[in-house]
Design a protein around this ligand. Sequence first.
Ligand code: ATP
Ligand code: FE2
Length: 352
Amino acid sequence: MSAIKKKVGKKVIKNAVSKTTASRTTNQNSLSKKKKKIIFMGVESTAHTFGIGIVSSQGEILANVKDSYTSPDKGMIPDEIANHHKDVAEKILVKALQTAKCTWKDISFISYSAGPGLDPALWAGYHKVKEWSTRFKKKIVGVNHCCAHLSIGALTSNAKDPCYLYVSGVNTQIIVQINGKYRVMGETLDIGLGNMLDKFGRNVGLGFPAGPKVEQLAKTGNYIELPYTIKGMDISFSGPLTRSEQLFKKGEKVEDLCFSMQETCFAMCTEVVERAMAHTGKTELILVGGVGANKRFCEMLGIMCKERGATFYNVPLDLAGDQGAMIAWEGWLRKEEYGDVEIKPHWRADEV
Ligand code: ATP
Ligand code: FE2
């Protein structure tokens, strides 16, 4: 059980624990060598990905195995996704336990993504977790998927009191923590940035998910002006999306549209994040969520932070998108607060 796939530095763990969990979980003493290492499992199933992570109380990621639904010509079909999760669950479980070199006896509890997410996908994950919890007599902890993205960002950075930019499929939110509670400073008024790229990709034949392909194609593109839509501290992506689709039908090159969508939408997010940082006085930014894998986006946010003397962190690539390790870690942080909460398809980070 000692095989450690990835060891996160002790200093980093201290920061993460002191910042995100001050009153609700262990204090830094729990990280001392005297305390027994606790190992737990996290199950992710809110959308396209079924993943299982096995993590220790010291923040070591012992296994992080996943299988994601993809499609060459369709978007996310909820029932197909649920069937995907049911089909791969046992296989992923075996691989995760093997990778972590542990057995069910070593696992102290199972946390799972209770929401937000697609109902059929959430039920598929929840029923599997209930089955395993009954069979192996483990307590379950339902956690918020968005908070899990934030917590894994905190665990893997040195940030003490950051502003978070959470950009994934469904979500685009600028979040800060005030008195231990997450507060949304700004967010998308319509679709999430990832879903916007995926929708565009589907309509121009890039398949699902389109984000990584858009990033590749953008490398050879030229700029075309698109609507730049910020309303107060909120953002709207439907304007740039509709315009890009119209321009595609008129014969504009996909490469140019990919480049222009990235430049326009990433700049919109960067502007609002900068305003949030100026308003709150935060001097650290953590980029989390699947779109955080985009190098150009990191570059733009990095430049903005540098210019204002702030520090930019982006979550490591393998922890940017959906996976079980972040659910396991969030479960560890919230194990005293939450238990079996069934599913919560519309659960927001600021309701936690
Ligand atoms: P949420 O966290 O809001 O529930 P999700 O679970 O679908 O959404 P993630 O797995 O965090 O989201 O992110 C998936 C999204 O990230 C997809 O929309 C995908 O297209 C996008 N994405 C992945 N890689 C890249 C990239 N390199 N550039 C841009 N977008 C990307
Ligand atoms: Fe996600």
